[in-house]
Design a protein around this ligand. Sequence first.
Ligand code: NDP
Ligand SMILES: O=C(O)C1=N[C@H](C(=O)O)C[C@H](O)C1
Length: 240
Amino acid sequence: MKIALIGYGKMGHEIEKIALQRGHEIVCTIDLNETGKFDSPEFRSAEAAIEFTSPESALQNYRRAFAANVPVVSGTTGWLEHLNEIKAACKNEGQTFFYASNFSLGVNIFYALSNYLAKIMSQFPDYDVRMEETHHIHKLDAPSGTAITLAEGILENLGRKETWSLNKAGNENELEIKVFREGEVPGIHTVIYESEADSIRITHDAKSRKGFALGAVLAAEFTKGKKGFLGMKDMLNLHP
Ligand SMILES: NC(=O)C1=CN([C@@H]2O[C@H](COP(=O)(O)OP(=O)(O)OC[C@H]3O[C@@H](n4cnc5c(N)ncnc54)[C@H](OP(=O)(O)O)[C@@H]3O)[C@@H](O)[C@H]2O)C=CC1
Ligand SMILES: O=C(O)C1=N[C@H](C(=O)O)C[C@H](O)C1
């Protein structure tokens, strides 16, 4: 299929490689300060645009792609305060938008596992829960989008935490997410349950960006012929 890339950084390059390997054509790449390209015939010919940019630019990019009637697959994190606006555009304007805070199969299995563990732990109040995430030093947002999705799943299934907090231990109603930024780490997420007797830890450790990029290309393939707001739940049927 014809794919446009919005954002030609670390993920844009990785996605390009995988898209070409899977027989797709990259018809247009749009990086910072190249917004004129949204009006080009090449961009308009795309059957999907895959967007990995920055928290501040994501919403504008979606709007520009929608104006050209190009479906969007996005993995950019840190923009979710605008989620309802995008859902409304899907519903009221007939747009197509696929979002995942993490496109890797492994993390989506991990989400399901963490939700299930939280459900079990709802019966065992002696265990407190906290989370840790580690990423490369270039990351702009904290906590990671993946950590927020994990935290939301824990809050929903555990029933004894009201909200999550960033690097702030001590309040028993809050689920602490401790954030580390180190070297070129692609992404590590850990959920820790601890009682006086023992601790249980589950970790997802990405070996590279390949899994994220493959998931994004599979998502672009999945959007073909579909309308509305889509996510990994629709594609993988993994977490209830
Ligand atoms: N959902 C998932 O599975 C994953 C999500 N991510 C998320 O994706 C995003 C990008 O990650 P990554 O590729 O590592 O970051 P990079 O910084 O390597 O790449 C982002 C690219 O987007 C460009 N850019 C910035 N603003 C615009 C704009 N307005 N229009 C077009 N291009 C723009 C940047 O240009 P310049 O460098 O000149 O600023 C850069 O080339 C982050 O939010 C990250 O959290 C990352 C991995 C997996
Ligand atoms: O910025 C990154 O690199 C990543 N961002 C995503 C996030 O914020 O969860 C996904 C992955 O962890 C890599």
